[in-house]
Design a protein around this ligand. Structure first.
Ligand code: ATP
Ligand code: MG
Length: 395
């Protein structure tokens, strides 16, 4: 009896002509995410991917596999040859383990999927046999409507028996939907925005603005940690870090106080746009959310959006904060995001921000500034580094 993780692929199998490319990318991501931890062969068989378990590290394997987009469920299985004796042994073993872990379980149902059409029994008959084995050996009853647990049997060339189906994130494998430049702050929202786009197959790189020495190095470390969390889901990523303080000082000196934030935002977008054009990013991603703060009113967003022709994704735009926080917790960025380090935007925060800026009005306010020069100077001092996620050896 061998242990293997069976990975269900959901949407991936529906992708028609692209299927092959998606699968290849998925296999690559799985291999990448399992780097540095013990595992056996990884292979594809009839719509599922299997990973051989070779040591006592199932929990770790599951955690890493949960970070691979394209996987819908992870099932820890027992794999045996497709013959009645071996299947019986596997069923007994898996039910024994299940009841040890969950002594309160009283009812079950057997569910069979028969990929090997040559096998002499049909799915119903196999399920009936499995049901019989469980009833004979354990103190549980059948309940086909609302069972405490299911005993699954995937019968192919080999047979896989399992009870648990652990939910993963689904989505599409990283890199199957272009490249995006995420404006990553240290807040709760932007990491979630990056996660959501990565989940749709976008390979995400990060751009962060700091106001050193007004903001500390530790604040930047915090953002790098968030980028690493995204890299764990996505791929090795490029981290662009830009000091926006000289720009902020110029705005502060020359522009109306109540427009400080919105004009800073426009400069962030100018720099993002330039990096995106120079490096062929397909889109820009932000954590903006309608109405959350003054700069994120429809007027505010219109004025920021006007800077770039790139497609800007704002995947959080219509979400409530509680729902964003829920995702942040689920993907483990929340605890990092709430660490109390200063953000560059709080350095020159206006007391009464302009809630209804217009493009013309803001352009007028920006007239004293040499925008191009400010952008260029900021980018000259930009630092670029790589953040590896699971590409890096286990720490
Ligand atoms: P977040 O939680 O992502 O910081 P927020 O609710 O604090 O978002 P804002 O501070 O108004 O909202 O920022 C809106 C968006 O602008 C962010 O989600 C992010 O994409 C981008 N942004 C803001 N500050 C920075 C920064 N210092 N570096 C990079 N991007 C930033
Ligand atoms: Mg913020």
């Amino acid at each position: 009896m061998n242990r293997e993780m069976a990975l269900s692929l959901g949407e991936l199998v529906l992708k028609g002509k692209n299927r092959h490319r998606f699968l290849e990318q998925l296999m690559r991501q799985i291999k990448r995410n399992l780097r540095g931890i013990d595992h056996g062969k990884i292979y594809h068989n009839m719509g599922k991917v299997y990973v051989e378990v070779v040591s006592d590290n199932e929990e770790k394997l599951i955690n890493r596999l949960k970070h691979v987009f394209g996987i819908v469920y992870i099932a820890p299985t027992i794999k045996v040859e497709t013959n009645p004796e071996q299947i019986e042994e596997a069923v007994k073993e898996i039910v024994k383990q299940t009841l040890e872990k969950n002594p309160e379980y009283k009812t079950f149902k057997a569910i069979t999927s028969r990929g090997d059409k040559k096998f002499p029994l049909n799915s119903m008959e196999i399920s009936a046999k499995i049901g019989g084995i469980v009833l004979k050996n354990f103190d549980v009853k059948v309940d086909v409507h609302n069972p405490d647990f299911n005993v699954y049997c995937d019968l192919k060339k080999d047979t896989y028996i399992y009870v648990e189906k652990i939910k993963a994130h689904g989505g599409l494998p990283s890199g199957t939907n272009g490249r995006g430049l995420l404006l990553l702050s240290g807040g709760i929202d932007s990491p979630v925005a990056g996660f959501l786009m990565a989940k749709r197959g976008v390979k995400v790189d990060c751009l962060h603005f700091h106001s050193y020495p007004f903001t500390s190095e530790r604040a930047e470390e915090k953002v790098k940690k968030l980028a690493e969390d995204i890299a764990n889901f996505s791929d090795e990523l490029t981290f662009y870090s830009v000091n926006i303080l000289p720009v902020q000082k110029e705005i502060n000196k020359n522009c109306p106080e109540e427009e400080m934030t919105i004009i800073s935002r426009r400069f962030m977008m100018r720099i993002a746009d330039k990096i995106a054009r120079e490096n062929n990013y397909d889109c820009i991603i932000t954590g903006e959310n309608l109405g959350q703060v003054a700069s994120q009113t429809i007027n505010g967003l219109t004025v920021t959006n006007d800077i770039t022709n790139k497609l800007v994704f704002r995947p959080l735009i219509g979400m409530d904060k509680v729902d964003i926080i829920e995702i942040a917790k689920e993907i483990d960025t929340y605890e990092t995001s709430i660490l109390p380090f200063e953000d560059c935007c709080t350095v020159f925060l206006p007391k009464h921000p302009n809630l209804k800026p217009t493009i013309e009005g803001i352009e007028e306010s920006e007239e004293p500034l040499d925008s191009e020069k400010l952008v260029e100077e900021a980018m000259e001092k930009m630092s670029v580094s790589k953040i590896g996620g699971y590409d890096e050896e286990e720490k």
